[in-house]
Ligand binder design. Structure first.
Ligand code: SF4
Length: 457
């Protein structure tokens, strides 16, 4: 709550300053100047009042240009036409995320009638005996009556679990992002919502269900899977003779695997197939079920990695870096392959040494030949997420970086910075004439070309 108080105080000072100094500014001009003063004050940790002096321009255009130069110094040097995003604010005590104590424990479990006797429903009821449980006929119908959408509702989502029968949305080609080079990944949409709290998670903006959704009918999907090449979802699939498919798009693949047991039928079904490489993507160390089974080279466990400092402040409740890398070592011993996702990569003072340190840690325990792929992607998100991050995590420092509207209208680091980040990581990964299967996630073709990176699949 201290962060929230500090930032509301900063905002109120920026608002008073603009109101008193520029009483003739209309709503939009006022919003932009307040936003710039607030962001510079937060980034530089100086009171807003110190940012305006008797020498500061007094016209709106002059003042905005002056503040933009201070807010985006390195971007404006490279691209004077930068596109900033300067929205209003949604700071409110209801939107501020209060961290839960202890591990995940839902208060309510809703079970669709058709799966009330499923193993998954029983597992949840046994694991959380103090939770209230109720039967519903259908999630869609339930949500039309009780669905709530908003930041405050999102904050409470882990209090509610829905166990459902999923009929429609199991399987989709990853939509990637406009004008980027797609990697042809196919998403197996198993469960929706996450027990972790990553400051940058796009689900904060995307979710309109006040709870976590777990399908109880994985077998149903698997029974339909043999004809996957005919499914519309695989249109546009590119590269190689094997479909890359994985969970972890709308949730974390293994976050509750000890309870859901999802990995068991999936490994058994996909193991040994020569037409599919299946990936579990995770920030957890929940690999107990995987270790009980025999792995195979077409089953990949992929960890998203960041320096521990970034995990501590941006990937709340997830496993530590060491636990993730140690889990990678253990699944390798069990016969699986591993993947690593440096995504999102954060830019801050000392980022390069920190990320090189992560790469050194990997190579201390992982044989590079067992790495199925490595993806790289810098921090990016839809503009709408900016206010949500700020509201839920007012003390965050990820928004202090220079992020402007990019080629796909998402907020991103500017081109020159992204290039530097990728170059540094690729050089650190491909050391000693090693060439790893590296790809960029959601990047435009010109970035691949500048980096001389070829598509690895
Ligand atoms: S682990 Fe993934 S799905 Fe979960 S909060 Fe973090 S980014 Fe979102």
């Amino acid at each position: 709550m201290r962060d929230y108080q500090k930032e509301t105080e900063r905002l109120s000072r920026a608002r008073s300053l603009v109101g008193n100094s520029f009483p003739r500014f209309g709503v939009n001009k006022n919003r932009e100047i307040v936003r710039l003063l607030y962001e510079i004050s937060k980034r530089e940790d100086v009171p807003p009042e110190e940012l305006l002096t008797s020498d500061s321009p007094v016209s709106f255009a002059g003042l905005k240009e002056y503040l933009l130069k201070r807010r985006f110094p390195s971007t404006i040097r490279e691209d004077p036409k930068l596109r900033p995003y300067l929205p209003g604010f949604e700071l409110s005590p209801d939107n501020y995320l209060r961290l839960r104590e202890g591990s995940f424990y839902p208060r309510r479990i809703y079970i669709e009638k058709s799966v009330r006797d499923s193993a998954l429903a029983k597992a949840f009821l046994e694991a959380f005996p103090k939770a209230e449980s109720s039967e519903i006929s259908d999630l869609k119908e339930f949500l039309s009556k009780y669905g709530g959408r908003g930041i405050a509702e999102y904050n409470k989502r882990t209090e509610t679990v829905f166990i459902i029968s999923e009929d429609r949305d199991f399987f989709k080609l990853c939509p990637c992002t406009g004008r980027a080079v797609p990697c042809g990944y196919t998403v197996f949409n198993l469960s929706f919502g996450c027990i972790y709290e990553c400051t940058y998670c796009y689900l904060q903006e995307y979710t309109n269900t006040p709870g976590l959704i777990f399908p109880a009918n994985v077998d149903h999907f698997l029974s339909r899977f043999s004809s996957f090449r005919d499914l519309p979802a695989t249109r546009g699939w590119r590269g190689g003779s094997r479909l890359r498919i994985g969970t972890g798009e709308f949730s974390d693949s293994l976050m509750l695997d000890d309870l859901t047991g999802y990995s068991i039928p999936l490994v058994k079904f996909f193991r040994g197939r020569d037409d599919v490489i299946f990936e579990f993507k995770t920030k957890s160390a929940n690999i107990g079920n995987l270790l009980k089974m025999e792995g195979d080279e077409n089953i990949v466990v992929g960890w998203s990695l960041n320096p521990q400092k970034v995990i501590d402040s941006n990937e709340l409740y997830s496993a530590s870096l060491d636990a993730r890398i140690d889990s990678a070592r253990r699944v390798l011993e069990a016969g699986y392959r591993v993947a690593f996702h440096f995504d999102p990569v954060f830019y801050y003072d000392g980022w390069d040494d920190d990320y090189r340190g992560v790469i050194e840690k990997i190579f201390r325990v992982v044989n590079p030949e067992k790495i199925a792929w490595i993806s790289l992607g810098t921090l990016r998100f839809n503009p709408a997420l900016k206010k949500i991050i700020e509201a839920r995590f007012p003390g965050n420092d990820i928004l202090d970086a220079e992020m402007v509207l990019g080629f796909d209208d998402k907020l991103r680091y500017p081109d020159h910075l992204r290039y530097r980040i990728y170059r540094t990581l690729i050089d650190a990964l491909n050391k000693d004439s090693l060439i790893l299967p590296i790809y960029l996630c959601m990047e435009e073709r010109s970035m691949w070309e500048k980096l001389k990176l070829s598509f690895p699949f």
